[in-house]
Ligand binder design. Structure first.
Ligand code: DGT
Ligand code: CA
Ligand code: CA
Ligand code: ZN
Length: 575
């Protein structure tokens, strides 16, 4: 039982208590515990098993919650949660997950309209019954309708980062089978797609049955969908499907290639094979005339037999990869090690959980040589955004830190300045001009028209002190669609004014997405990949951003923060 699962259990308790209209303080205590546990850098289970320590020493964890943590760790269950779940129909749980509804409003539609499932909710919205409830209105009703579509789609796909955690756990779990010779994850997961529909595992084993027997005992298994001689599919507790295939060693490369896809990439590949008098399937490459086996043991063999390079999986989307291969200039894709700086993060001054000093030390430990502290500006009042005075105060502190630390590590004076609903920036130019690095971003008024939002962003790009636009489309995967924005105009302006665009590496955002990053590269706009960390652990999401950058075909030189600050400063710095 890892911290994330404990946090998820507490969050669900909070949802269910809120749905039942329980004491708000109790709801808040579980919410807070979920956040505290989720952000904790250390495994709760380690603390529980250490007789010298107590969970109650952690701020936000009292005696009762400490006991619940211990129960989760020792039994894998929480009786209280099981009881709450038993009281609540399964279809009602779906309601709470609808973005824009949440537990409280779900309770209202349930008790006042008798709505108990997603289809019923949709019908009630369409019949305009929901807008009449106290605290709802037509706008809420419309956003619930939009949320229903996101929720039903979200039930089917996981974030790449979530799939990655499961994939790594499965890999370790299956690796203990003695007869196992090779194991690899294929499909959209291997291609690094931002969300993953299901996992596709390939193994080579002398004893297929032994692997499947082990697979059948995976702790989080909910049901076995099917089992044959070489293929087995299971469903996990969260509804996620995992396919396992056992293949012969001489077909492993061919199977890996085939099941990595994408489907469209494979279609082109089959066409190329045909032209060469070859055919390709999940078992290997064969001569069409004689059926003679040509290749299949490794993926490199398979591609080589077709006169092609071994495409990095992230590029296999039938976009430009075959064109690049033909011209012999497949890009050398960016890697995590190329990163030198991180230019978007928050501290305790606003909604972060670590100090400037702690963020700097953690970034340095991760091999970076500079960071920008970019706390929110005043308009983001929920996060206690910085007023001009507090921004200047923080920057003075950063000056003192740099002066006192003669190491080669550098902290930049930055800000994530809100782009106001009415247009214009949240801080005056004479403040922004004193920062080393200014990110501008939209947080409010996301429902405005594409014209309004685009104009707001264009205004920010034209401001001489803005360095980059952060999370330029505002999407939150599985939670909120991107706002409407004319991205072509934004890119044209960014190119003209020499501004950068962010690829926010938070696994919920990945914004700009791969396609937009590729478009930015075409226009020569540098991308800045940043973590938007709100805690020390938050710095670790960089690798998710790198995956998307690779899908966009970006090389190290397309990404601004692979450069030293001295180099980058020439581009964005003020003279
Ligand atoms: P997902 O799971 O929806 O995120 O996406 P994928 O790409 O992992 O799709 P999945 O799991 O249905 O199949 C894995 C790969 O297997 C897919 O990328 C390509 C290959 N594949 C599956 N079915 C077909 C097919 O009917 N034709 C071809 N050419 N390839 C297929
Ligand atoms: Ca898949
Ligand atoms: Ca699959
Ligand atoms: Zn931020």
């Amino acid at each position: 039982m890892n911290n994330a699962k404990i946090a998820a259990a507490f969050d669900q308790v909070a949802d269910l208590l809120e749905f039942k209209n329980s004491n708000p303080f109790r709801v808040r205590a579980y919410r807070k515990a979920a956040r505290v546990v989720g952000d904790l850098p250390e495994a709760i289970s380690d603390i529980v098993s250490d007789p010298e320590r107590s969970l109650t020493d952690i701020d936000g964890i009292g005696k009762d919650l400490a006991e619940k943590c211990a129960e989760l760790i020792s039994t894998g269950h929480l009786q209280m949660l099981d009881d709450l779940l038993e009281d609540t129909p399964r279809t009602v749980l779906d309601l709470m997950r609808v973005p824009g509804l949440g537990p409280k409003k779900a309770a209202a539609v349930f008790s006042e309209l008798g709505v108990a499932s997603l289809p019923e909710l949709k019908a009630a919205c369409e019949a305009q019954q929901v807008r009449g409830l106290k605290g709802f209105g037509a706008k809420t009703e419309a956003s619930i309708l939009a949320g229903i579509e996101i929720a039903s789609a979200a039930n089917q796909r996981l974030l790449w980062a979530e799939a990655d955690a499961i994939a790594e756990e499965l890999r370790t779990f299956l690796a203990s089978v003695e007869s196992l010779e090779q194991i690899e994850l294929a499909g959209s997961y291997r291609r690094g797609k931002d969300t993953v529909g299901d996992l596709d595992i390939l193994v080579v084993s002398r004893d297929a049955a032994a692997v499947m027997d082990r697979f059948a005992t995976y702790p989080d298994l909910e049901s076995i969908i099917g089992r044959g001689d070489t293929k087995m599919s299971i469903r996990l507790g969260n509804g996620f499907q995992v396919d396992l295939r056992v293949v012969p060693a001489e077909s492993f490369g061919a199977a890996l290639q085939y099941f990595t896809g994408s489907k469209d990439h494979n279609v082109i590949l089959r066409g190329k094979a045909k032209q060469m008098g070859l055919k390709i399937n999940e078992y290997g490459v064969y001569r069409t005339d004689t059926d003679e086996y040509v290749a299949g043991r490794t993926e490199a063999d398979v591609y080589r037999s077709l006169g092609l390079p071994e495409f990095p999986p992230e590029l296999r989307e039938a976009r430009q990869e075959f064109e690049w291969a033909e011209q012999g200039d497949l890009p050398k894709l960016i890697e995590l090690d190329d990163m030198r700086g991180d230019l978007h993060m928050h501290t305790t001054a606003t909604d972060g959980t670590a100090s400037i000093d702690e963020m700097a030390a953690a970034a340095q430990a991760r091999g970076l040589s500079y960071i920008a502290i970019t706390d929110h500006s005043q308009r983001v009042s929920m996060a206690r955004g910085l007023t001009p005075a507090r921004a200047l105060e923080q920057w003075a502190e950063i000056d003192r830190w740099n002066a006192a630390n003669k190491s080669r590590f550098l902290i930049l004076k930055g800000i994530e300045c809100d782009i106001l609903e009415s247009g214009g920036l949240d801080l005056p130019d004479d403040v922004l001009s004193q920062a080393d690095w200014v990110m501008a971003s939209v947080h409010y008024g996301q429902k405005q028209s594409a014209r309004q939002i685009t104009d707001r962003i264009l205004g920010a790009i034209r401001n001489p002190y803005v360095s980059a636009i952060a999370h330029p489309t505002g999407r939150l995967l599985n939670r909120r669609e991107a706002y409407e924005v004319h991205m072509d105009e934004v890119m044209q302006a960014a190119a003209e004014y020499g501004k950068l665009l962010e690829l926010n590496a938070n696994p919920h955002r990945l914004d700009l997405n791969d396609v937009d990053c590729a478009a930015a590269k075409k226009r020569g706009i540098p991308i800045v990949i940043s973590t938007d960390a709100h805690s020390i652990d938050g710095l670790d999401v960089m690798r998710f951003g790198i995956k998307q950058a690779r899908r966009a075909g970006l090389t190290a030189s397309d990404v601004a923060n692979t450069q030293t600050w001295a180099q980058l400063k020439k581009r964005v710095g003020r003279s």
